[in-house]
Design a binder for this molecule. Structure first.
Ligand code: UD1
Length: 368
């Protein structure tokens, strides 16, 4: 009997789990490879990690590197040191990394230097803003990966401009959408709206965690003012990322939020409840990357509080508005959306729930 090739997928932070889950399922279904998962533990809280294994039916990781939080250099280096210890024992034929977090770049570097091939899912995205840690992670990972799986057309153009050979790049669509498609029924059964007495859809869903927005006291103060202004339109639902909570507490801003009864503050939510809120709200206001994509698929307006996006397709198809951080500008957009002055939008190519299957097909052609 021919031995199956071994694939090891890396997860580390919250946005990774919804990308690796469909790949795991597609690999197992194909019967073509052996598959296991390694968790760097970049995100370690139950609400940032464990809950997703349960919701997505992901198997327990074969290895946990217990890296945890720290400065960028320490976090990246810790993951590299720990990964280098276990990788020779695991002997995979390929590692799969996803997205743009520190775990992604750290594990790619280690694998390549040990002569192991790397596949990068969500390759080619560029914000062209090198002050973003994620942009550095994307550029470095793409420059050393062997197989680059791309979620939107801009990614193919960016990789070509960077001189990456066409043979290595594959336009396969958005694997995160596979998870959304497969969990539609569970999402529709979520009772999160009832739990928080959100009637109708006249509420605003807010997420905020980028260092550029939350690590600066003045900027974070402005955002809190803005959230209070949003309540002139409807309730505001704000599940708070650990980084943001820490900053709100450090800067003594938490009270300014919690004193407004129309602002619902919660811990980070699970996937099913969060997507249920995304699907049912009037508008999402966010600085996340993934939420721009999920709202695009659900055709819910999204206001992105950043100066740039590495996901330009979400703007091109009409659901996402790149609003920057100017409060007046953001309020104008919210007002328009509440007056139902909304553009119709489309779903991007290959965001159809079958991306993982396409990836497995290409991996089979290349590896077997
Ligand atoms: C990371 C990713 C970012 C992604 C985000 C999603 C990088 C460079 N950044 O940012 O791209 O959008 O995850 O959440 O990889 N913390 C906890 N519990 C946890 C995890 C973090 O309390 O489970 C706190 C720690 O105090 C830590 C801070 O949050 O210092 C930031 O965590 P970190 O992993 O460094 O980056 P994120 O801001 O979460």
């Amino acid at each position: 009997m021919i031995k199956k090739k071994k694939i090891l997928s890396i997860v580390g932070a919250r946005p990774n789990f919804m990308k690796v889950a469909p790949l795991h399922r597609a690999i197992i279904k194909s019967g073509l490879f052996e598959h296991s998962i390694l968790h760097t533990n970049q995100h370690y809280d139950d609400l940032m990690s464990k809950i997703f294994f349960k919701e997505f039916g992901l198997p327990k990781p074969k290895i946990n590197l217990h890296s945890g939080s720290s400065s960028h250099a320490v976090q990246t280096a810790t993951i590299m040191v720990e990964f280098e210890k276990v990788l020779p024992k695991l002997k995979p034929d390929l590692i799969v990394v996803v997205g743009d977090v520190n775990s992604t770049v750290a594990c790619s570097l280690v694998a390549k230097k040990l002569g192991i091939s790397v596949a990068h899912i969500e390759s080619g995205l560029r914000s062209f803003d090198r002050t973003m840690p994620e942009e550095i992670n994307r550029i470095v990972t793409d420059s050393i990966s062997d197989y680059l799986f791309v979620s939107e057309e801009s990614g193919m153009i960016n990789l070509k401009k960077e001189g990456i050979s066409k043979e290595k790049t594959f336009f396969v669509g958005n694997i995160m959408i596979d998870t959304l498609v497969s969990l539609q029924k569970e999402i529709d059964k979520s009772e999160i709206k009832e739990k928080y007495k959100l009637n109708g859809s006249d509420f605003i869903l807010v997420t905020m965690h980028r260092p550029s927005n939350v690590d600066n006291k003045n900027k974070l103060g402005e955002i809190i003012k803005l959230l209070n202004e949003f309540t002139n339109y409807g309730k505001v639902f704000f599940p708070i990322h650990p980084r943001t909570r820490k900053m709100l507490e450090n800067y003594n801003l938490f009270k300014k939020l919690s004193s407004n009864k129309k602002i619902i503050i919660t811990n980070p939510l699970g996937y099913i409840d969060f997507i249920s809120l995304t699907k049912n709200c009037k508008v999402v206001v966010t600085d996340s990357g993934g939420i721009q994509e999920e709202s695009t698929f659900l055709k819910v307006p999204c206001i992105t509080m950043r100066e740039n996006t590495e996901r330009p397709i979400t703007i091109k198809v009409g659901s996402n508005i790149l609003a920057g951080t100017n409060s007046k500008n953001i309020i104008d957009h919210v007002e328009k959306i509440f007056k139902n002055n909304i553009k119709s939008s489309k779903i991007p190519k290959y965001w159809d729930g079958n991306t993982a299957t396409r990836i497995v097909h290409h991996l089979n052609e290349k590896l077997n």
